[in-house]
Design a binder for this molecule. Structure first.
Ligand SMILES: Cc1cc2nc3c(=O)[nH]c(=O)nc-3n(C[C@H](O)[C@H](O)[C@H](O)COP(=O)(O)OP(=O)(O)OC[C@H]3O[C@@H](n4cnc5c(N)ncnc54)[C@H](O)[C@@H]3O)c2cc1C
Ligand SMILES: *[C@@H]1O[C@H](CO)[C@@H](O)[C@H](O)[C@H]1NC(C)=O
Ligand SMILES: *[C@@H]1O[C@H](CO)[C@@H](O)[C@H](O)[C@H]1NC(C)=O
Length: 365
């Protein structure tokens, strides 16, 4: 019953792209040649847009990937390993500092193995997760993953999201046919109803165009590009408040903790050998303000009395320090506008953990 979203997070994306790739990429290889020819021609006529020769714009790529989060980085690595020429454009290549994507289910780990990415959870002080502990009305119980039939490496993992993402980016960028560049994509380039590439600003602020027969947008839940690709309606039914607790121990070591609290759930899990992530779901669109102290009051009066006593002091200490961050739980309908070759064939389902059902979280817009 407890969420498989984590499994979904990495996985649905990955499965999405493998499918996507099989369906579309192979078909479009000849188109790639066509576009390339066209670009070489346009250089000759001097319109200046397809400058593959002088290095400004590389048209010798099979796929452009926008965004190197978990989806974009895993996809780049997978396609790159398969010999595709990939150009990844990521807005910020420094280590992300986020409160999302910190817990990978065992199925997620198995998927990493399948993709040859399992070493991305090494050397980041990742913690093993063997199941969940559930707390409700003063009672608690432990549920373990049924891992008996698997190799002892197979378990969930929890970690700092940014460290994991950096490992994935590095692995992708180390492939000779993957080019990972810092840049912000400002729009998709369309010609006769077909996406032929992207317009982007590179690290020095230069406005450039990149062309490829296939563009895949993996720009996450704050996407600016999905507006032009699918129904832009986004719902925010609740928010998460994230805190990091130190100097305390979880009641059940190496387990995710789910407190079925009133009015909504609270999560705890280790993200390094010394830190415990706490995520508090706060229902409603308008969460108490952090700056005027309403949030601290809410956490101390409504949330704190419902958490396991082992964590109480550390929780209060963190709230007093004011180290809190919020993140919307966003639900995005997968209702793409039809665009040939465009990235709209995947569906962006949800960018949130769903605690009460197995919900896949597909990262391709
Ligand atoms: C509170 C919370 C907790 C969560 N916890 C988990 C969890 O424990 N486990 C799990 O598996 N999932 C979790 N999720 C879901 C998870 O965060 C998402 O599924 C995952 O981050 C989606 O990955 P992505 O690569 O699609 O997007 P992102 O991780 O958002 O990556 C998008 C990337 O695109 C880049 N980008 C955006 N726009 C542009 C642009 N115009 N040009 C260039 N680059 C651009 C961004 O800089 C970013 O690097 C959680 C979500 C929330 C809200
Ligand atoms: C940005 O693009 C310009 C023009 O192609 C190039 O001269 C410059 O080196 C690029 N900047 C970076 C950081 O790559
Ligand atoms: C997030 O939003 C979905 C609806 O889109 C809802 O079902 C879920 O309970 C919300 N909260 C969490 C913690 O996922």
């Amino acid at each position: 019953m407890v969420d498989q979203y984590i499994l979904g997070g990495v996985l649905a994306s990955v499965m999405g792209f493998v499918l996507f790739y099989n369906l579309f990429l192979k078909k479009n290889r000849s188109a790639s040649t066509e576009i390339r020819d066209e670009c070489v021609k346009s250089t000759a006529t001097g319109n200046g847009e397809c400058r593959s020769k002088d290095g400004d714009v590389d048209v010798d790529v099979d796929v452009i990937i926008v965004g190197a989060g978990v989806a974009g980085a895993a996809l780049a690595h997978t396609l790159g390993k398969d010999g595709r020429r990939v150009h990844v454009i990521e807005r910020d290549l420094t280590e992300p500092d986020r409160i999302v994507g910190e817990l990978l289910q065992p199925g997620g780990y198995l998927k990493l193995v399948e993709l040859g990415l399992e070493d991305c959870v090494e050397e980041i002080d990742a913690q093993r997760v063997y199941g969940y502990a559930l707390f409700k009305d003063g009672k608690n119980t432990k549920l373990s993953y049924p891992l008996e039939k698997f190799h002892s490496d197979v378990s969930g993992r929890s970690f700092h999201n940014g460290r994991f993402i950096q490992r994935m980016r590095e692995k992708a960028a180390n492939l000779p046919n993957v080019r990972l560049e810092q840049g912000t994509v400002t729009s998709l380039r369309e010609e006769k109803g077909t996406i032929i590439g992207v317009q982007y600003k590179n690290k020095s602020g230069e406005e450039l165009t990149a062309y490829a027969p296939l563009t895949i947008v993996c720009d996450g839940c704050f996407s600016n590009l999905r507006r032009s690709l699918c129904n832009p309606k986004v719902e925010v039914p609740s928010c998460f408040v994230g805190l990091i607790l130190e100097n305390c121990q979880l009641p059940y070591a190496n387990h995710g903790h789910v407190i079925l609290a009133d009015p909504s759930p609270i999560l705890f899990y280790q993200i390094s050998s010394t830190e415990i992530r706490c995520l508090v779901d706060v229902p409603g669109q308008k969460v108490p303000s952090i700056s005027n102290g309403e949030m601290a009051k809410y956490l101390k009066t409504v949330v704190a009395p419902q958490i396991p006593t082992e964590l109480y002091d550390a929780f209060i200490a963190t709230v007093d320090k004011g180290n809190m961050r919020t993140m919307p739980n966003r639900s995005m309908p997968a209702a793409p506008y039809p665009t040939p070759w465009g990235p709209s064939n995947g569906g962006c389902i949800q960018h949130a953990p769903s605690l009460d059902r197995g919900r896949n979280d597909c990262s391709i817009v």
